[in-house]
Design a protein around this ligand. Structure first.
Ligand SMILES: NC(=O)C1=CN([C@@H]2O[C@H](COP(=O)(O)OP(=O)(O)OC[C@H]3O[C@@H](n4cnc5c(N)ncnc54)[C@H](O)[C@@H]3O)[C@@H](O)[C@H]2O)C=CC1
Ligand SMILES: N[C@@H](CC=O)C(=O)O
Length: 816
């Protein structure tokens, strides 16, 4: 025999009931089945509302009653043909008439006792079971309606009666001795053993009815048919990647249910757990879906963490004080006082120092808990042995559940690591010695981010989501967006990674979309959004969205944006930047930023600061981290200047070649930064700092070649004009080198703590001589590379290579 329980949504409409009928028909082909039904979805609430209105003397109860009546009559009409529906309608109307009389009584005497409420609420299941059994019979199923009140026997605690299991089991066995192929019974309802008064089984009552019947009849399986495809790995309203769990042990299911996964209510299915009857949770609306099987022994292998569940809002009550240390009865008194006030304790933590005990409770219980504990410890509080109770709210609780956690090291480490990388502070931790559950308490605002990042960490099938916020959509920024667009599908397929751009800004506007900006259309979206760029608001918005794996990309050359880095990093949002301003600002600021990134577990990556997409900084980092020491760096670090001196031969105007470099996208937004040598100074400074030297920009000697008068200009047009006025200077420089068969390169050197930059002419045998196009070259002379330097060489400027360098930094964050 199988026992099938259908919840309120499954029996809510005639359409749903047709699905229920097909399931029952299929299951009853090979064995007898007992079908336990809930009231039609929403009816129990209406019955209760109607009762309250009547008890308050409000005539409006009649409207609610009418709608209850209408629902049931319409259901009869929809399910049964005209010929077949007479008896059903008559019985339904009789029941509804009784109900009307009871409500009138409540209305007249303005009294609603728990006993009358139980009586009223029982009509929901009684009505649905009667209609459903008639419907099954009318469609050719061998069906008998049984009244659970006759065999589920309880005490007289109305509202949540206690079942007398022995009497109930005996009565069930007797009742089902000659059961039809299909027996339909109302869930939730029962009657008192001594006087036969109607009682109800409280929350999860229909599950309980089904469990009692299954246990008494030693059923092969109990099936809970509901509107979801089993117990989920997390709450799907908060974690879109959540998916049904195939198989759970009873203990795992209970742990998950305790923390909010409301598919089953464990206390009510205790009878089947005791009798070791498997529980199968299935979706009425997707009956082919395997659902979740809950049995004594969960699967031997499979996921270590089966699922996460949460309670969205709890309070933490903490008792502290030196008067608690080594005093044996403190916990006894604390929990005793809470229990006397019927305060349910959700979690407990106590450090071995015994200086504090923290309990997690429901928000509704705060006042009761405060009073109970304050009274219990009033003497100790008055005498300052114990501090007044501290109550914190705005907190959520997350539990990681899985019986295989106890065989696995590193689960807590992974959990804490995941949360810390996303800047989530853990307020309290609890883990039972069974290691079935690890529980953390966090700030409520971090709940969604935490659940999603935990899910991504523990369920390998999940695609990891990366949320990018990009400031600066110019030359480099635009190409980067194109690259993301082109790579999105590949990254999803090959790297299980969803890269979204959640925010964009230029100097005028900003635009956000939490689910990811449509990259086909981003210019229009930005333009039409009319949200003025405000740097502080941009950062605030990133923080408010509080999305997991957030990365801010600064693709501007702005000092204002560079000033925001500290705040961003301290919010555990990583930074990827081609903008050199921050790394070449004061050494203290640079150090503060790298320290903040370490402290707040964010990443601060700036590979594209030197050599665009070339692996210059990562190579240097690898050398330093592995214990090498850098003594000397010789480099050509300006793509712009290399391009200019590779293309200038004195036959054209120097300014024309500068403008060609700008048009090709090699220069800084302001090419005077390149021409002055400042860009090269910044780069060698950054290399020196990464090598471990404490250097400032002012320490670098720059031997510029552009006359001061050109540099001291107010606009680019003026700059180009001045370059033209000094064209002879550039011709002379070129001719001099050319005469000696030398080529001009703007070189940066760093030797044992000292650095200089400037234009130099090289002969054909020098490695710099043949450096073509806009290439860069860096020679690292180190302890290990003493005979021959380590050389990094290649394109050192241009939007495409820079954008791909940014991308590479982002992939480092994704795989961290
Ligand atoms: N072009 C190249 O080859 C390389 C460039 N870089 C760096 O990349 C960065 C970007 O360069 P490009 O794209 O060529 O510059 P760009 O001038 O083409 O674009 C700059 C973008 O930043 C925006 N912007 C400027 N100030 C802003 C502010 N305060 N708030 C918001 N947005 C602001 C502008 O509106 C524009 O969208 C620069 O820092 C540059 O040094 C680094 C390596 C190579
Ligand atoms: N303007 C720079 C671009 C890269 O940093 C250069 O020309 O090298």
């Amino acid at each position: 025999m199988f026992v099938l329980k259908f919840g309120g949504t499954s029996v809510a409409t005639s359409e749903n009931l047709k699905k229920v009928r097909n399931i029952v028909s299929e299951q009853s082909e090979s064995q007898k089945v007992v079908v336990v039904v809930s009231a039609l979805g929403g009816i129990t609430n209406q019955l209760q509302e109607c009762a309250l209105l009547a008890s308050e003397g409000k005539e409006s109860y009649k409207e609610v009653l009418q709608s209850i009546e209408k629902r049931h009559i319409e259901l009869c009409n929809e399910l049964l043909s005209v010929k077949e529906r007479n008896n059903t309608l008559t019985r339904t109307k009789l029941l509804l008439n009784d109900l009307e009389d009871i409500y009138r009584g409540v209305f007249l005497i303005r009294e609603l006792s728990p006993r009358s409420l139980d009586h009223i609420l029982s009509y929901g299941e009684v009505l649905s079971a009667a209609i459903i059994s008639d419907y099954f019979r009318s469609t050719g199923l061998d069906t008998l309606l049984l009244d659970s009140k006759n065999f589920i026997k309880t005490d007289n605690r109305f509202g949540k009666a206690t079942v007398d299991a022995k009497t109930t089991y005996t009565k069930i066995q007797k009742e089902f001795e000659s059961a039809a192929q299909i027996s339909v019974c109302p869930g939730f309802v029962a009657s008192s053993k001594n006087d036969g008064l109607i009682t109800t089984l409280g929350r999860g009552g229909s599950d309980y009815t089904a469990a009692l019947i299954a246990a008494a009849l030693e059923a092969k399986e109990i099936q809970i048919w509901t509107d979801v495809s089993g117990m989920m790995t997390s709450d799907p309203r908060l974690v879109p990647n959540a998916h049904p769990i195939e198989h759970l042990s009873y203990e795992e299911a209970m742990e998950l249910s305790h923390f909010g996964a409301k598919v089953i209510y464990p206390p009510t299915i205790q009878p089947v757990l005791d009798a070791d009857i498997p529980v199968h949770i299935k979706n009425t609306f997707q009956s082919d879906n395997p659902g979740t099987l809950i049995s004594k022994d969960g699967p031997e292998n499979g996921q270590v963490v089966k699922g996460t569940s949460c309670i969205q809002e709890i309070a933490l009550c903490t008792l502290t004080g030196s008067g608690m240390i080594a005093v044996p009865n403190i916990s006894y008194r604390l929990f005793g006082s809470l229990s006397r006030q019927e305060v349910n304790v959700i979690m407990i933590t106590q450090a071995s120092s015994e200086h504090s005990i923290t309990v997690g409770i429901a928000l509704d219980d705060i006042d009761k808990a405060r009073q109970a504990i304050s009274e219990e410890f009033s003497y100790e509080i008055e005498t300052h042995k114990i501090n007044p109770l501290e109550v914190e709210t705005g907190l959520s609780i997350i539990a990681l559940v899985g019986s295989r956690m106890k065989k696995q090291v590193g689960v807590s480490a992974k959990l804490f690591d995941t949360l810390s990388h996303n800047g989530v502070n853990i307020r309290a931790i609890a883990q039972g010695s069974t290691e079935l559950n690890i529980t953390v308490v966090i700030d409520k605002k971090d709940l969604k981010k935490s659940l999603n990042s935990i899910h991504e960490s523990f369920f390998l099938s999940d695609r990891r989501k990366l949320h990018l916020f990009m400031i600066g959509v110019g030359n480099v920024g635009q190409v980067f967006i194109e690259q993301v667009k082109a790579q999105q599908e590949y990254l999803a397929k090959k790297h299980n990674l969803d890269v979204y751009i959640a925010g964009l800004a230029n100097s005028r506007q900003m635009y956000f979309h939490e689910e990811g900006i449509d990259l086909e259309n981003w210019q229009d979206l930005m333009e039409n959004n009319h949200q003025k760029m405000d740097t502080e608001k941009f950062v605030e918005k990133m923080k408010d969205l509080n999305l997991r794996n957030s990365v801010c990309i600064d693709s501007t050359a702005s000092e204002d944006i560079a000033k925001l880095y500290k705040d961003v990093l301290e919010s555990s949002i990583s930074i990827v930047t081609p903008n050199k301003i921050a790394c070449s600002s004061s050494f203290n600021n640079f150090k503060e930023l790298t320290d903040s990134a370490i402290k707040y577990k964010s990443k601060f990556l700036y590979e594209t600061n030197v050599g665009a997409g070339l692996p210059v900084i990562s190579t240097l980092n690898d050398l330093i981290k592995s214990g090498d020491e850098v003594h000397k760096i010789q480099a050509v670090l300006s793509g712009t200047l290399n391009f200019i001196f590779n293309n200038y031969d004195g036959t054209q105007k120097f300014s024309e070649v500068v403008q060609a470099a700008k048009e090709a996208g090699f220069t800084e937004p302001d090419p005077r930064i390149d021409l002055s040598g400042v860009d090269v100074m910044r780069k060698i400074l950054i290399l020196a700092r990464v090598s471990g030297y404490k250097l400032e920009l002012d320490d670098i000697v720059n031997n510029g070649f552009v006359p001061e008068e050109c540099m001291n200009t107010d606009s680019l047009d003026e700059f180009y004009t001045k370059l033209d006025e000094h064209d002879e200077v550039f011709k002379e420089i070129y001719k001099k080198a050319d005469k000696q068969n030398k080529r001009l390169k703007y070189v940066a050197t760093f030797v044992d703590g000292k650095s200089q930059t400037g234009l130099e002419a090289f002969e054909a045998d020098h490695p710099f001589y043949n450096l073509g196009g806009k290439d860069n070259i860096v020679l690292f002379h180190t302890n290990r590379y003493s005979d021959q330097p380590l050389v990094v060489k290649g394109a050192g400027a241009g939007a495409a290579v820079t954008a791909s360098g940014i991308f590479a930094d982002i992939m480092k964050i994704a795989s961290a």
